[in-house]
Design a protein around this ligand. Structure first.
Ligand code: ZN
Length: 244
């Protein structure tokens, strides 16, 4: 079976659609595994929720999903993110709010735990260092963990000595699952932050025990003009061009 691992769609319908089309071209998947932040930052929050719900999928809650429905306040957000979160709230239908409010913090699928930020602190914690990632291996029971939130594709590996090593995860890389426990981030669909503006996602092939990373170009200008139309913060519009 093949499963698509998607994180941080962030209401970017052009990016999400491009990813879904690429997945279909590659033969499709059994299920989408979504790591949260469906909404926030981007111009099409309702459309992205609706599109995701048309597919067989599971999804955990992200900080932007909770902010959009008032489950957390935006005082810890930067001003541009907070402005976009408030705008997002006004775009959601009652069905969208109901859907977002029921997203769990973590989900276990096969050998994987899914969480937005980290298994220890699913809503808020960023896993960008070997020290914080290393501490998180005791916070999940499965062999592997999938996270989003940082929008940076990467792999943390628990070493034989219970330490932690780090590797970047680049387009075309095929990660063969073996003995070591791993925490894997597939990068962001709708707002990549590793300097590559292309949408990032991964496919897990359970027969071959391989996770492959993909980068897909999409029409960034379409998303940017939609954001201009809705007067979303300029900083959020510009960063899409640079993947930062
Ligand atoms: Zn995010």
């Amino acid at each position: 079976m093949r499963y698509a691992i998607l994180a941080d769609i962030h209401a970017n319908l052009a990016a999400f659609t491009a990813v879904l089309e690429a997945i279909k071209r590659e033969g499709g998947v059994e299920e989408l595994w979504c790591l949260g932040d469906i909404v926030g930052y981007g111009p099409d929050p309702h459309e992205c929720i609706e599109l995701l719900r048309q597919y067989k999928h599971v999804c955990v809650a992200g900080n932007h999903d909770w902010a959009a429905i008032g489950k957390i306040d935006t005082s810890d957000f930067n001003p541009a993110a907070a402005a976009a979160a408030h705008w997002t709230t006004g775009q959601l239908t009652p069905q969208d709010v109901d859907y977002l409010s029921k997203l769990p913090l973590t989900i276990e699928k096969d050998d994987f735990t899914l969480a937005h930020g980290s298994p220890r602190e699913p809503i808020w914690e960023y896993l960008l260092s070997v020290s914080s990632a290393g501490e998180n291996f005791v916070h999940f029971n499965t062999k592997f963990c999938l996270v989003g939130h940082s929008h940076v594709p990467l792999i943390f590996k628990q070493t034989e000595t219970s330490g932690c090593s780090f590797a970047s995860f680049k387009a075309g890389d095929r990660l063969v699952l073996a003995e070591n426990r791993l925490i894997i981030n597939p990068g962001g669909v709708g707002q990549p932050r590793d300097g590559d503006p292309r949408a990032s996602y991964a496919i897990y092939d359970s027969d071959n025990r391989v996770i492959q990373l993909y980068r897909i170009p999409y029409n960034i200008g379409v998303t940017q003009s939609r954001m201009m139309q809705h007067k979303l913060p300029l900083r959020l519009i510009v960063r899409l061009s640079y993947g930062m």
